[in-house]
Design a protein around this ligand. Sequence first.
Ligand SMILES: Cc1ncc(COP(=O)(O)O)c(C=O)c1O
Length: 229
Amino acid sequence: MSVLHPPPSRTSYRSDSITEYLKSTNVQLGASYNVAQQSTDQFDAGMEAAATYMNAGVDDIGIDSVPPLNLVMLISIVQSAIGPSTTQLFSNLAQALEFPPNSEIVISSIDHEANISPWVRAAKARGLTFKWWTPSNGLTLTAENLRPLMSDKTKLVACTHTSNVLGTIHDIKAIADEVHKVHGAMLCVDGVAFAPHREVDVKALGVDFYSFSWYKVGGFIISSMGSSG
Ligand SMILES: Cc1ncc(COP(=O)(O)O)c(C=O)c1O
């Protein structure tokens, strides 16, 4: 059986550019001196490249009913965020979002732990209701089996694009449309098992948050989150 590895030229290009960044320009971002400006430009270029890779939007995502903080603020400005892992990005997101009292969160029970624990923790910490979304139709998440779980209190739905255990691919566009029928409800999608096999287009999917990990697509241990805007 043949094993796919990234071509050596691309691997060394990536490690060379990271080494060069760390050696020459790894200083604080946003400062006025020359090297800081160079560093900021390179960092911005990386963020932009990540956003382009997943076709993340550039407009404000307009989460008016959920006051944005930290990471969410960052996403609302540049439409993408970079973090050490998808687990960490979802965890940051869940901590950063504020939910009105009595909000409900719907969590797919066939997800990777990365997109489950942060929402369970967030719901418990804030005294919110969370509902398990367990599909009864051969383990595929659909807009139809989500619908009975949605209410006018739903503020967030968390699910995976592709199950890393079952291999099922979910119709995220249809699920996003279903979620957005409820005013202020957002969809957070784990794309880690999808990204190595298909092109990611968060705009076409219409999702609010979508994350995948670069080490699954031949990159380094770093992850990106984007939004459709
Ligand atoms: C489907 C899925 N989601 C999330 C993760 C976690 O990704 P990370 O290691 O970037 O936190 C994995 C890891 O294998 C995964 O398979």
